[in-house]
Every structure is written in structure tokens, then in C-alpha cells.
Design a protein around this ligand. Structure first.
Ligand code: ATP
Length: 775
């Protein structure tokens, strides 16, 4: 892998960063990363204040930035360098002024964080650049000597927008924070809806893009969703009323309809919240007591969630690297993320594709609008349809002989999204005519209680009960760490036979992985185990081989980041305090490292690296220097994150005590252990929505094995798999392969952890000295 901090070749650059268009949570993290990374690679950092207005006006609005200027910025919402809509920049005259100001300030690279409008403007600016500087010489505003060093302008785009409306990237900086705000509000509205048996129409942002509405619908299990890209049928009124009447009929006491502000029917007529309210309240129809909640600007507000912080940070770092790599022939890039992979993509194409979606919607070519959105979007749309019309859609039901009995079991410790995954799996099973069967309390429950409580331990799922699980934390069917081998494989195999399972869906962490490994091996011996089985990883530790993401890990990071923010803030009175925070994560440093990236920890200690006395001594020396140089401007404390298993000797408390004694009164130190808070209460929207999407894929996968003989199952390596996000893809990996090639069994984690290089980013951006001795 290329080094995170590339050597500077060629001349020292002046790199400016700007935020433009609507603000979005996470923009500050991107600014901090760009500024510090630019300094780290030997360049000078600038900020252009107030968006393009700053470029056009110049003067004090173009500001030199230092390392310390951006300290603690990840924890602040909005953008601290200001943003604006700038009419002047739409005109060539405005862009001419912008070009002149850039040259006068010696800036030859611009990193712009904004929505598609801002990035369109950026691309136009770069395309015009040669003619702009030519004109500046011709009109005598600048001399040839002045423009000579600035023949090339480098521009890199970072997509900062809550709408997630840019083509080519799965997420924009800020969209998951906005989604979290929306889901939090809907969760609150649901309580009152259920209490009064009411309906609520919730209006969310999204003029041309239904991502927020759709994802909120998936995450909260809303009854009906309206998005601009895919209007419902001509008969949308009947369709909605039918679905909601059915939900009420099976006993639901609450109704939630989510409408994007840009929603419309097939003819392009706006569908307003008021229209929906009237329809739901119609005395001749559903006659529901219906209220409207328009969420408005609260959707933008607040600090960024963990994902937006590390996305912004990693993309900011990548943007600086892209500036350094640029040649005169490189097309202007923007930094994207696909699943879990950060990439550079041509900006022009993405802008064109984004505009094409808006155009297709305008022309009522909705097939095209959907096709221009990413595959993830249509996956979610399908997932949403499946989970809201679980037992209504006869067209998708399989013929009797293709229907399966699918056991669903949770193995390990609770993690956010486990219930949402179960709900989605059950919904999909019902849609297809399969029988989803709950196995309570993991393999321990399965083995011990089947005789005395046959209906308690193993039973068919009931849709009304499961439908309320979309946003529930914990595990509603109970989970347990015990492995099937602990109870005796013979007993487990006999139970598989007794309950006539045709497929098994395991949701769980490393124990789930281990359990599946045991079952897979035992298939040679027991015919009842010769069925397709798949694991959906779910653990806050994110240590399951075969995936880079486990359900629950996002919820955990959010909890940890919120905890760290509060702890840091608590030091604002004394200013001079170091907190040593112990994180969970088993023998994987993922949680500590990613949280460290999101909160700007001065050091992260992981089990992979370990801790020794030289490293501690060097970090303490570094801290002494930092506090000595501290101007006193900064208002909050500093953080060290230490994984619970990073060392058997150097615990958080011991490290904090060592720092205290060495600081000798110059600064303070405390340890702090958030413990089980990290499992989270309400799961994050990312965990909930990914749970739905991945769970449906898992049952589809099991379904593809219907009616195969034992021999065929045994010889097909994909009949026992783990689903995972690997790089830019969602993949099913054969268990045997993952067990043998990708698993560090001793340390219960993947052999090659994808996030290892991110530790260096934490160190670089916190200014930790490079020569810290490593164990
Ligand atoms: P949001 O996601 O909040 O809509 P945005 O970046 O799309 O963000 P816009 O208001 O479209 O927001 O654009 C922000 C600014 O970018 C504009 O005020 C203008 O200064 C500049 N800009 C946008 N489009 C162009 C363009 N076609 N040519 C030149 N400048 C543009």
C-alpha cells in the first residue's frame, strides 16, 4: 500500500479548502483533515471563508491556517469556515475575480466540500482557468510573470451534503448524521402515535433525491414512503390505503408515512403532506386521527455522527493526496466511497449523472432516474417494499414445493441491528411463502429447553410482533455465546431434523462464526445439517473474518464518540487534562482506532500493536511538549483510547496514573471506562438499514439452495457462507475458505484487518511523533 503521507515531490504547494452550498455535519472534520494533512506533507494550508464569496472578495476571506487552528473541529457541527450561496460565481466576472485572488495569494490547489452545485461551479472554474488567467493578463490585472507559476489549477471535490444526491458515491459527508436526526425524531413520534393509535405524516428534506426518506423508511419500518425518483403507481391513493388498512387489520396501532419534500405522482403533480393527511383522515376511508410533522432544519443540525466524522477525515486526507498526485492530464477528481472503499472518480461524470437524475425526474422517466441512482439505492427500495408489504404481495410467493423452513438464531452478544435484520429476514420469508422459525437464546436455548418448552424455544415468527423490531436494540429472541459443540453436535443435529429446517440464518459475532464453522464441519456426519447456512456478522467489535463491517459496530462507534465528546468537554474548565478511555472490541483494535479517528485522539493503543514502556514514555514526553506549547486557546481535554485487551498490564487506570505522576502537576490525567454503554441503546440508522439489506440478501441466498440433495450441498462451498462488505462489494464468502485463509483463530479476528493503515492516519492527524517506539 502507498504510504499515507507521500513524500513531497516538486515545489511546495499552497492548498486551500472551502465549504460551499448548504452546510452538512462532518464538514469540519474534512477541513481539519485537509489542513493538517497539507501541513504534514510539507505544503501550506489556507481556508477560503464563506464559500465562493470568499474567493470572489479575497482579502481577509482567504486565510492562512495552522495546525492548532483546527483543533477539536470534528466535534463541531456545521462548518466553522462559513458557507454561502454566491451569485457572483455563476458569472464569468465573479470567477475572474476568484482566479485573481487565488494567484495573489499564491494558491494553486483548491479542495471544495459542497453539494453538486458547488462542485459544478468548481469544475467550470477549472475548465475555464487557462482563459481566465489569460484574460487577467490581457486586461492588465496581472502580469505574465505573476501567472506563470499558476498555469495549472488543481481542484478536488469532497461531497458534503445531507441529501446524498451525488451520483458515483454511496454516501456524502453529512447524510448519515441527517438520517440519524430524522430517525431519532420518527422514533419519538412513534411513541405518541402508538399511544393514541394515530397516523403521522413526516416530511423530510430531498427535492430531487429520496435517499433520506427511503432510508428513514427502511430504518424505522414506516408504513409508506414517497420519494421523487420512484413515484408509486397511478393508483397511489388506493395503494397506500390498502397497505395501511392491512397493517391496522393485523393490529398495528401506529401509522407512519414519510414523504420527501420533492415527492410527486407519475404526472409530476406534487404530493404534499396535507394531501396525505386528508387521505388518511378521510372519514369514508381509513378515518385515522392524523398529524403532520415537518422536520425542517433540525435535520441538518447537530454534531456529526461517527461515520460522517471518519468519512470526512479519510476523504480529506485522500483529497490532499489527490492534489499531490495530479498531473496536467488528470481529470478533476472527487472523492467517493463505495461500500467501504474510498476512491477517486472523475468529477465531471458524476456531476453529469447527478444532473441527469433531476432531468429524468422532470421528464417523468422514472425508470431512468432509478437506474442512474446507485445499485445500493434500488436494493434499499426493494428491501423497503419487501418489509412493508410482507404478507400482501401474492405475486412474489413461491409455489408450495419451493418453500423452506428457515431457522433464525442469534449467537454471541447483543449488537445494534440484530432485531432489524431478523425483522427483515422474517418479512422476506413471508413474502416468499417460507416459514421463518425463531430459535430462542442461541444454541444453549435450542439444546436445553426444547423438551419442557417446545413452543418457547423454537417457534414460528409472528409478523405483528416482529414488525415493531426495526429500531429495537438488543436481541428480542435472546442470544447466547454457547457453541453447538458445547451441547453436543448429535443433539443439535437431531433438533435440526426434528424441526425440519431447510436453511439456517445465523446473526452474530465471532461465536456465530465459530458456530457456523462447527456446523459446517459436522455436515459430513449428520444429514440433517446438510442444508444451506449463512452468517450475518453482528458484533460491536467488528472482528468477524469475511467482512469489513459487522452490524452493531456503527452504533458502538456513535456511543463511544458521544461519550468522548462529553468527557473532552468536561475538561474545558481546567483545560489541561488527558483522559485515558478504555474501549471494548475484544482482541481487535477496530473500535478504538475508528473512534480515535472520529474524535482526534492523541494516541490509540490496540491489541494488534500492544503497549510497552518505551512507547508510553515517548507518548508522555510528547504530551508534556504539547501542554507546554499549548497557547491556552483550546478549550477541551486530550484523549488516549486504549482497547480493553491492548495489554494485560498497562490498563487505562495504570496508564492514567503514570501520566499523572510524570506530569508532575503540569497537567492532570484520568481514566474512564464507558463499558457496556458501547453496545448502544437504539441502534444507529446505518446498522438498521444495512441489517435490512444484508438480511434480505442472506435469505435470498439460502433460497437459491432449495431442494438440493445432501451431496450437492456438501460439494458446494457456497452452501455455508458469511456475508460481508469487502472493499466496494457485498460478497458471500465460503466459510471453509474464510476459516482457513482469513482467520486468526487465536486472537479471534481477521488475519488481515482492513483498517490497519487507518491507525497511521490517527497518528498523523493528531501530530503524534513518527519515531514513537513500537512494541
Ligand atoms: P446543496 O447540496 O446544499 O444544494 P450545493 O453545492 O448543490 O449544495 P448550490 O446552492 O447549488 O448548493 O451551489 C452553491 C454555490 O456554488 C452557488 O451559490 C454558486 O456560488 C456555486 N455554483 C453552483 N452552481 C454553479 C455553476 N453552475 N457555475 C458556477 N458556480 C456555481
Amino acid at each position: 500500500m502507498a504510504p499515507i503521507v507521500p513524500p513531497l515531490s516538486g515545489r511546495k504547494r499552497r492548498i486551500a479548502v472551502m465549504t460551499s452550498g448548504g452546510d452538512s455535519p462532518g464538514m469540519n472534520g474534512a477541513i481539519r483533515a485537509v489542513i493538517r494533512m497539507a501541513i504534514e506533507v510539507g505544503c501550506e494550508s489556507y481556508a477560503v471563508l464563506e464559500g465562493y464569496e470568499g474567493l470572489v472578495q479575497g482579502g481577509d476571506l482567504i486565510k492562512r491556517m495552522d495546525w492548532e487552528d483546527v483543533r477539536g473541529w470534528q466535534s463541531e457541527g456545521g462548518t466553522l469556515i462559513g458557507t454561502a450561496r454566491c451569485l457572483a460565481f455563476y458569472e464569468r466576472a465573479g470567477r475572474l475575480k476568484g482566479a485573481k485572488n487565488m494567484i495573489l495569494n499564491g494558491i494553486d490547489a483548491l479542495i471544495i466540500c459542497g453539494g453538486d452545485g458547488s462542485l459544478t461551479g468548481a469544475d467550470k472554474f477549472r475548465t475555464e482557468w487557462p482563459s481566465l488567467i489569460g484574460e487577467l493578463v490581457k486586461t492588465g490585472e496581472l502580469t505574465q510573470e505573476q501567472i506563470d507559476p499558476f498555469k495549472q489549477l488543481n481542484i478536488v471535490g469532497l461531497v458534503g451534503s445531507i441529501d446524498n444526491d451525488m451520483s458515483g458515491t454511496d454516501a456524502t459527508i453529512g447524510c448519515f448524521s441527517a438520517l440519524a436526526n430524522i430517525c431519532e425524531m420518527i422514533d419519538k413520534v412513534e411513541a405518541t402515535a402508538a399511544s393514541h393509535s394515530r397516523a403521522f405524516v413526516v416530511e423530510v428534506m430531498g427535492r430531487h433525491c429520496g435517499w433520506l426518506a427511503l432510508m428513514a423508511g427502511v430504518a424505522t419500518g414506516a408504513d409508506f414512503v414517497f420519494i421523487p425518483e420512484k413515484p408509486r403507481s397511478e393508483n397511489w391513493r388506493d395503494e397506500m390505503c390498502k397497505v395501511i388498512a392491512r397493517h391496522r387489520e393485523i393490529g398495528k396501532r401506529k401509522t407512519i408515512v414519510i414523504v420527501a419534500e420533492g415527492a410527486h405522482d407519475m404526472q409530476g403533480n406534487k404530493i404534499s403532506s396535507e394531501m396525505l393527511r386528508e387521505l388518511l383522515a378521510d372519514k369514508k376511508g381509513l378515518a385515522l386521527d392524523t398529524r403532520i410533522t415537518v422536520l425542517g432544519h433540525v435535520q441538518r443540525g447537530g454534531t456529526a455522527c461517527a461515520y460522517d466524522r471518519y468519512l470526512a477525515t479519510l476523504q480529506g486526507v485522500e483529497a490532499v493526496r489527490a492534489v499531490l498526485d495530479a498531473t496536467p492530464d488528470t481529470p478533476t477528481p472527487f472523492i467517493a466511497i463505495n461500500e467501504n472503499k474510498i476512491t477517486r472518480k472523475p468529477l465531471v461524470q458524476a456531476v453529469l449523472d447527478t444532473q441527469a437524475v433531476a432531468k429524468a425526474i422532470e421528464n417523468q422517466d422514472f425508470e431512468r432516474a432509478m437506474s442512474l441512482r446507485d445499485t445500493e439505492f434500488s436494493d434499499f427500495h426493494q428491501a423497503y417494499l419487501t418489509t412493508t408489504t410482507a404478507d400482501l404481495d401474492d405475486a412474489r410467493r413461491l409455489p408450495d414445493k419451493k418453500r423452506m423452513r428457515i431457522g433464525i438464531i442469534h449467537v454471541g452478544a447483543p449488537a445494534g441491528g440484530v432485531n432489524a435484520a431478523t425483522r427483515a429476514a422474517v418479512a422476506y420469508c413471508l413474502t416468499r411463502g417460507h416459514t421463518p422459525i425463531a430459535i430462542h437464546n442461541g444454541f444453549a436455548g435450542f439444546a436445553r429447553h426444547h423438551d419442557d418448552k417446545p413452543l418457547g424455544a423454537v417457534r414460528e415468527f409472528d409478523w405483528l410482533e416482529v414488525d415493531g423490531w426495526a429500531s429495537k436494540g438488543g436481541s428480542e429472541i435472546g442470544m447466547n455465546r454457547e457453541l453447538p459443540g458445547d451441547s453436543g453436535m448429535e443433539l443439535i443435529a437431531s433438533l435440526f431434523s426434528k424441526y425440519k429446517f431447510d436453511g439456517l440464518f445465523i446473526i452474530g459475532g465471532f461465536e456465530g462464526f465459530h458456530a457456523l464453522s462447527q456446523l459446517r464441519e459436522a455436515r459430513e456426519k449428520y444429514s440433517s445439517l446438510c442444508i444451506p447456512m449463512t452468517l450475518l456478522p453482528a458484533t460491536i467489535s467488528n472482528n468477524v473474518p469475511g467482512t469489513e463491517y459487522s452490524l452493531g459496530s456503527d452504533t458502538c462507534l456513535n456511543e463511544l464518540v458521544a461519550y468522548c465528546d462529553k468527557i473532552k468537554q468536561s475538561a474545558s474548565a481546567s483545560r489541561r487534562r488527558v483522559f485515558v478511555i478504555e474501549t471494548q472490541g475484544g482482541r481487535s483494535g477496530y473500535v478504538a482506532t475508528l473512534a480515535g479517528l472520529a474524535v482526534g485522539a492523541v494516541a490509540v493503543y490496540t491489541p494488534e500493536e500492544g503497549i510497552n514502556i518505551q512507547m508510553l514514555a515517548a507518548d508522555i514526553t510528547h504530551l508534556k511538549e504539547v501542554f507546554q506549547q499549548d497557547s491556552g486557546q483550546s478549550r477541551a481535554g486530550r484523549l488516549i483510547l486504549v482497547n480493553e485487551k491492548a495489554s494485560t498490564v498497562y490498563t487505562a487506570k495504570l496508564i492514567a496514573d503514570m501520566i499523572k505522576v510524570e506530569a508532575n502537576g503540569r497537567f492532570e490525567s484520568r481514566d474512564s471506562i464507558p463499558g457496556h454503554v458501547q453496545q448502544g441503546g437504539v441502534p444507529s440508522p446505518m446498522d438498521r438499514t444495512r441489517a435490512v439489506r444484508l438480511a434480505i440478501k442472506c435469505i435470498e441466498h439460502l433460497e437459491s439452495y432449495e431442494d438440493r440433495g445432501d451431496g450437492a450441498i456438501l460439494s458446494d462451498s457456497h452452501s455455508a457462507t458469511v456475508i460481508g462488505i469487502k472493499g466496494a462489494q457485498v460478497v458471500f464468502s465460503p466459510m471453509k475458505e474464510v476459516e482457513e485463509i482469513e482467520t486468526d483463530w487465536k486472537n479471534r479476528r481477521p488475519l488481515n484487518e482492513f483498517w490497519t493503515p487507518l491507525k497511521e492516519v490517527v497518528d498523523v492527524l493528531s501530530g503524534r511523533p513518527k519515531d514513537i517506539p513500537r512494541p
